[in-house]
Design a protein around this ligand. Structure first.
Ligand code: PEP
Ligand code: MN
Length: 520
């Protein structure tokens, strides 16, 4: 039963009502809304008639709640509940993207994925440590060590973490290590576990069991809330149907249904929902369109070798392309996904464009692309916000390929920067100048070093996409015949030695770089 109080009613009149209800053995759960105060009554109210409650002066309206779930019921709490996970608010204006591997497999794996998903806009890191596997012979998870590694990775990347609990015996450890505790599909009706989770304050991610109705999901939720913990977030993750094409049948109608039935945030798991990595994108978009507060996505650095759920895991690179698309879908629903500013530059680390990008955007996430057209593709597909490419060199003239690519109505130039360029002849340590027969570099670098190259007539010049890629290739070849023309930074990053410094024809060699973006 729900009692809506009159606005601005006298406290004394409310107390009379509350005392009367308490004497009848009822538990009152008050909810203070922006406009109205509501008293929710839980427990058996069958002996109470609407008329006798309505007679009290403080009462505006009395509603009988037909549904068996009370605390999760939207009638009890008409506004959406916003639940805090670490410093992330779930259920509000932000569309939450939880990402990470099915299982934590090693320190290196989880730290690498944590940084990557954070850079691409994830707000919470996932990773299973206690895995409820169908077969006892499958990988069971790294258990407590897995939780410790997940915590380390979350701290390194600045992300709260979520992991699944399977047994109340581990509650203390979860309370210590994890920000957000997941109850998986297989444990949705483990009522003893749910009651224990109700006695703590940490937010709980309650996944729908694969054979459970929405009402059963909300009743499971009631077990947690009734013990005191109101911080529950629901998750649709697919149910069993006769269909076998997908691992489960993702029931997207659960989203609007749960939002209508309950005030709690609702997430969708398209990875377990389909079991197929290529379905993660369309199902995530559909989940957002259906009104979900967020999605939980399995991301693995090498899905082919994943110890669990590889076929449904997407790569960090696929995740990076997915995020800007989801941001657009979220925008249509009035929700926001914040993706850190990202910059694409031409070349690999150590390229001159990398140096220009770093000067302009030292706090941003920088990604190198070996080919100029890949930098343009990244900007046009919204993978990054801006691109940094060289357009002209004082000795070698215009970079015609870039000038042509910039001639595109969809793009606009927003900034320019001129950098002095010193070219170096670099080679593996110990290489003699006289033994070199092959020089690798970008053709513009060859044009800037004509005078020097005329002193090396026996050398074959091999064109490379960028000077930094040429330096990496020479480092990989590691023979006494090959050298590259590249920057000092490229030499350092590739552990190459500088055989000759400043080999460009003119001391005053400059390259102009432009910053461009997609027109708004
Ligand atoms: C998981 O999140 O890795 C998992 C096991 O999920 P579910 O309980 O939905 O199968
Ligand atoms: Mn999984």
């Amino acid at each position: 039963m729900i009692i809506v109080l009159k606005s601005g009613v006298d406290e004394a009149k409310v107390d009379v009502l509350k005392n009367w209800l308490t004497e009848k053995g009822l538990v009152i759960s008050p909810i203070y809304g922006a406009e109205k105060t509501v008293l929710g009554l839980v427990g058996d109210t069958s002996h109470l008639s609407v008329d006798e409650v309505s007679m009290h002066e403080a009462v505006e309206k009395v509603l009988k709640v037909q549904e068996p779930f009370k605390k999760a019921n939207r009638k009890f709490h008409p506004d959406n509940s916003v639940i805090k996970v670490g410093n992330v608010l779930v259920g509000g204006k932000d569309l939450i993207v939880i990402a990470g591997p099915c299982s934590v497999e090693s320190e290196e794996q989880i730290i690498q994925i944590a940084h990557q998903v954070k850079n691409y806009g994830a707000s919470i890191l996932r990773g299973g440590a206690f895995k409820p596997r169908t077969s006892p012979y499958s990988f069971q998870g790294l258990r407590v060590e897995g939780l410790m590694l997940l915590k380390k990775a979350g701290e390194a990347a600045g992300l709260p973490i979520v992991s699944e609990i399977t047994n109340p015996a581990y509650l203390e450890i979860f309370e210590e290590y994890v920000d957000f505790i997941q109850v998986g599909a297989r444990n949705m009706q483990n009522f003893e576990l749910l009651k224990e989770l109700g006695r703590i304050k940490k937010p709980i991610l309650l996944k729908r069991g694969f054979a459970n109705t929405l009402e059963e999901l909300l009743m499971a939720c009631e077990y947690i809330m009734n013990e005191g913990n109101q911080n529950v977030i629901l998750c649709e993750r697919g149910i069993r149907t006769h269909e076998t094409y997908t691992r489960n049948t993702l029931d997207l109608s659960a989203v609007p249904a749960l939002k209508r039935m309950s005030h709690l945030p609702v997430l969708v798991d398209p990875s377990h929902g389909s079991g197929l990595s290529w379905m993660v994108e369309p199902l995530s978009k559909a989940a957002i369109a259906a009104g979900a507060d967020g999605v939980i996505i399995e991301v693995h650095n090498n899905p082919g070798k994943a110890l669990s759920d590889g076929p449904q895991s997407i790569t960090p690179s696929e995740f990076s392309y997915l995020m800007p698309k989801l941001r657009e879908y979220a925008r249509l629903e009035g929700k926001h996904i914040s993706i850190p500013h990202t910059v694409a530059y031409a070349g690999t680390p150590g390229s001159f464009a990398n140096e220009a990008a770093e000067k302009l955007y030292h706090t941003h996430v920088l990604t190198g692309f070996e080919r100029f057209e890949d930098v343009f593709d990244a900007v046009l597909s919204n993978k990054v916000e801006v691109g940094v490419v060289p357009v002209e060199n004082s000795l070698a003239g215009k970079v015609t390929e870039v000038v042509d690519l910039l001639d595109d109505d969809r793009l606009e130039i927003t900034d320019r920067i001129r950098l002095p360029v010193r070219q170096m002849l670099v080679a593996p340590p110990g290489t003699e100048l006289s033994s070199i027969r092959k020089i690798y570099s970008h053709e513009k670098a060859f044009e800037q070093c004509r005078k020097f190259l005329s002193t090396m007539p026996d050398c074959q010049l091999i064109k490379y996409s960028t000077t930094s890629a040429a330096a990496s290739a020479v480092a990989a070849l590691n023979d006494k015949y090959s050298a590259a023309i590249a920057s000092e930074t490229a030499a350092r990053l590739n552990r190459l030695e500088i055989l000759k410094d400043s080999i460009q024809d003119d001391e005053n060699n400059y390259t102009e770089f432009v910053v461009f973006r997609k027109r708004k």
